[in-house]
Structures are given as structure tokens and as C-alpha cells.
Design a protein around this ligand. Structure first.
Ligand code: SF4
Ligand code: SF4
Length: 334
């Protein structure tokens, strides 16, 4: 895993604690969505189709922090919507960092230049910038001319100001292995971001684009070709080797949907960030009253093509930290 060593140690300690406490289900990371509004309209987005009244709402700081505290998760990924449209997003970040959480702030980066001064570099804080491909590909995906240049300029500005910057890239069925190689080479070698995340697009029922979802076989072929010839080792990917093996079809994994739960304006989303089977008011209720065994490939038809990070990286991380061999592999990034 190309995560910073310190964060791996922290996660390892957290997992050991869960084992000692004999907890069967626990969150590794919470996807926090303090708003659904966004300044973009991406074709593959399932979030911005919410009713207008909900798009206007913002989660109070205390509510966001209390939800994370209740869950006990060591890491928080703040998304939305576009979190920089939340007036108190900097305060949410500050309060989570003060509670020793590892925080990723996910953004399409277009508002970053305007808001960067509200944040300070911190060893537990990273910007996570959404970059779906090189210029034409990204601009098409986010439905905005100049979206790519805006994101890259914002990344450079944040890096120059001393921030840790990561990227998150989603691939669709109209991406070729060369698209994957092109954007990851560029982010890794030219922009020199700290780490990169990748994900096959999940087939959101609410997204406007319903044509370009990847099936399992297509996902495996795409990543097997893109990762060939030692490229996978060269890129600073923020994933465990087991998850990358899974993406390129070298091994299969079961979904661990409870590992990365999602908390939004609507509550704790059942069972995961991608499906929408109602909401629980508390984390305790989510864990205790969700039929976790009903989800995953082969169990729920909506999970049939899902190979998303939120379901399968927790499985991979738990398998990694439970095995000395896999831990060593992760430490050296193989
Ligand atoms: S930037 Fe993110 S939240 Fe905004 S429309 Fe695109 S995918 Fe949705
Ligand atoms: S496989 Fe897991 S992560 Fe994917 S949609 Fe189903 S429950 Fe959610």
C-alpha cells in the first residue's frame, strides 16, 4: 500500500484494537457528505440528482463531527457534492484533525484557489482531487471545458503551499488501457501528486449517463492491461496490493460494505455509499439493523458489477494487515 507509513501503522493499531475488543464490524473510513450541492454536473454522478430543497441544505459542523465520533473511524473522506461549497467546511476539517482523524477532502478543485487560504497543511490532511483523465477525457466526464486545467492548476497551487495532494480517478467503459496509463503517468511523473486512487465507475441508477458502466470482465481486462510491464509498481497508488490484484482479476474478494460507511444529510446510508436502501439515524443502528449478508456480488443484483473501493478495499486492508507476507508486500508497494 502506498499510503504513508505512519498512516499504515495507525491503521494497523486500530485493527489490532478491534480484534482485541472482539468487534466484528467496525469502520475503517467514513464517507462524510455534508452537502449534495455541486458546482459541476458530471454525467456519472448519482449525488446531484437530489431534490432542490435537499441541494440547498448544509450539515452543521457539530452534527458532522458527532457522527464521526460516534462511529470511531480513524479516517474520514469528506465529499458531497462539492465540499468547498459548504461555508464551514474548514471548521469541520479543523475539528476532525483536532480529534486525531486522518482527513481527505474530496473536491473537483475548481473552488480550491478561492478557499485554499482557509486550510493549513497538516500531516493528517490531504486534498483529494477528482481527475478523470487527461484534458479531453476529464472535461467530457465533468461536462466542463477547462475543468482539467483548473484542477491541475489548483493541485500545483496546493502543493506549492505545502499541502499533501492526492487524486481520485474513475474509469468508465469508454476508457482504454491507454487512457488509464496516460492519466496515471501524468499525475505520477509530471504533476507529482503524492498518491493516486483509481476506481471503476459504479452504475448509479440515478446518474444521467447509463451507458458507460464497466462490467467485471471489462474492469479486469482494463486494469490488467494498464498495470502490465511494471507500471503498477511505478505508480504511487493509494491502494493495498490485494485490492489492485482484485482490480486486475488476479484474485476475487467479498464485499465488506460495513468497512467504509457513508454519512450524509440523510443519515447513515444503507448498506453503502453506492446503494440507497434507506438511512439509519445512528451508526449503531446502521451496524446492528442492516442485513450485511444480503449484499455483495452474487447476492444482490445491484452489486453484480461493483468492484468499488468502498466495498472491496476494506476486505483487502483487513486481509493485508492480518498477514505478515501481505503486510511486507504492502510496505514495499508490490
Ligand atoms: S464533481 Fe463530484 S459531486 Fe460534483 S457533479 Fe461531479 S461527481 Fe458529482
Ligand atoms: S458490492 Fe458492496 S460496495 Fe458494491 S454496491 Fe454492493 S454492497 Fe455496495
Amino acid at each position: 500500500m502506498a499510503m504513508p507509513f505512519r498512516q499504515n501503522v495507525r491503521l494497523g493499531r486500530y485493527l489490532l484494537k478491534q480484534k482485541l475488543l472482539r468487534r466484528e464490524k467496525f469502520p475503517l473510513l467514513v464517507e462524510l457528505e455534508p452537502l449534495f450541492a455541486c458546482n459541476l454536473k458530471c454525467a456519472g454522478c448519482g449525488k446531484i440528482e437530489q431534490p432542490a430543497a435537499l441541494l440547498k441544505k448544509r450539515m452543521p459542523v457539530e452534527q458532522a463531527v458527532a457522527a464521526i465520533e460516534e462511529s470511531g473511524a480513524p479516517m474520514v473522506s469528506i465529499a458531497g457534492g462539492e465540499p468547498l461549497m459548504h461555508k464551514e467546511i474548514d471548521e469541520i476539517v479543523r475539528q476532525l484533525l483536532a480529534r486525531n482523524k486522518i482527513v481527505f477532502l474530496c473536491t473537483n478543485a475548481l473552488l480550491m484557489p478561492k478557499h485554499l487560504h482557509k486550510f493549513k497543511p497538516h500531516r493528517n490532511f490531504s486534498w483529494m482531487v477528482h481527475v478523470d483523465g487527461l484534458k479531453d477525457r476529464h472535461d467530457l466526464s465533468v461536462n466542463k471545458e477547462g475543468g482539467f486545467e483548473g484542477a491541475i492548476d489548483a493541485i500545483k497551487m496546493a502543493k506549492a503551499a505545502g499541502f499533501r495532494v492526492m487524486t481520485n480517478t474513475t474509469f468508465f467503459s469508454n476508457d482504454s488501457p491507454q487512457n488509464v496509463i496516460g492519466v496515471l503517468d501524468y499525475l505520477n511523473d509530471v504533476v507529482e501528486v503524492d498518491n493516486m486512487q483509481i476506481s471503476p465507475a459504479y452504475a448509479y441508477q440515478k446518474a444521467p449517463d447509463q451507458e458507460h458502466w464497466l462490467g467485471v470482465t471489462e474492469t479486469r481486462e482494463l486494469f490488467a492491461k494498464a498495470f502490465a510491464n511494471g507500471r503498477r509498481r511505478k505508480w504511487r497508488l493509494n491502494h493495498s496490493p490485494i485490492f489492485l490484484d482484485f482490480l486486475e482479476g488476479k484474485r476475487d474478494l467479498a464485499c465488506t460494505a460495513w468497512g467504509i460507511p457513508s454519512y450524509s444529510l440523510l443519515g447513515w446510508q444503507r448498506p453503502c455509499y453506492l446503494l440507497d436502501d434507506g438511512y439509519a439515524a445512528t451508526y449503531k443502528e446502521l451496524i446492528e439493523e442492516t442485513d450485511w449478508d444480503a449484499f455483495g456480488r452474487g447476492k444482490d443484483p445491484r452489486c453484480a458489477n461493483c468492484m468499488a473501493h468502498c466495498g472491496y478495499e476494506p476486505t483487502a486492508v483487513i486481509a493485508t494487515l492480518g498477514s505478515l507476507k501481505e503486510s511486507v508486500r504492502a510496505a514495499v508497494g508490490r
